[in-house]
Unconditional design. Structure first.
Length: 94
């Protein structure tokens, strides 16, 4: 049970929309934490950076869990296995 609670401590869920990965978060990340995410996992973004956005800025994903912040990036669709590493990294911010 502790593992499950930790797994969802910061990470909530993920969905894909067109070329983007949208990761819903249980807590807002600081700008320093976003920089760390990009430093460690920026290679997952085919273009641009991993950005944190409120649900209201994403019409394609604002009806589900509108209170949750999102990490959004143009996913390269190559490193699916690294997404779990990203989730574990995000949960270190709990």
């Amino acid at each position: 049970m502790a593992y499950i609670n930790h797994f969802y401590s910061v990470y909530h869920s993920i969905r894909y929309f067109k070329n983007h990965a949208i990761i819903r978060l249980n807590k807002e990340l600081s700008s320093h934490q976003i920089k760390e995410v990009n430093k460690e996992f920026g290679f997952l973004a085919e273009t641009g950076m991993i950005e944190q956005k409120p649900a209201s800025s994403l019409p394609e994903d604002n009806d589900a869990y509108p209170q949750k912040f999102r990490l959004v990036f143009h996913f390269n669709k190559i490193h699916y296995g690294r997404l779990i590493k990203l989730i574990h990294f995000l949960n270190t911010f709990s």
